[in-house]
Design a protein. Structure first.
Length: 128
């Protein structure tokens, strides 16, 4: 074997979070497929995709796929976290500017209030 020849593990990007996601999708489809047989077909497709992805030599493309997946994953969890905070905060009323969409909050119980948005300087009324 020549010295310039890389080992198998150096040529392949390996297992990342995107691969883990597809492995979990495969496992869910496989176990549900045991109850409902037509789900075994998509489980097989996911498994073939996962194996092809794991054996791919194009590390740049695999890293870009993983980075896009992580960005989407973070955005989804950030949205859920924000929703939980907005729903559980009893002291403040949360709302968005109708012009620019900037999130704002007011203490509850003030009644009808005129607001000036800090981002776009638009004025509007809301209840708290």
């Amino acid at each position: 074997m020549a010295k310039t020849d890389k080992s198998f593990f150096q040529r392949h990007p390996g297992f990342d979070l995107y691969s883990l996601f597809w492995l979990l999708v495969f496992l869910v489809l496989f176990f549900l497929g045991r109850l409902f047989l037509p789900l075994l077909i998509p489980a097989g497709v996911v498994l073939v995709y996962l194996v092809i992805r794991l054996l791919s030599r194009n590390q740049e493309k695999r890293q870009m796929e993983n980075a896009r997946f992580l960005a989407l994953f973070r955005a989804v969890f950030r949205w859920f976290r924000r929703r939980r905070v907005l729903q559980t905060d009893k002291e403040y009323y949360y709302f968005k500017c109708p012009t620019c969409g900037q999130s704002m909050r007011l203490p509850r119980g003030l009644g009808k209030v005129e607001i000036t948005c800090r981002s776009c300087s638009s004025r509007f009324e809301t209840r708290s």
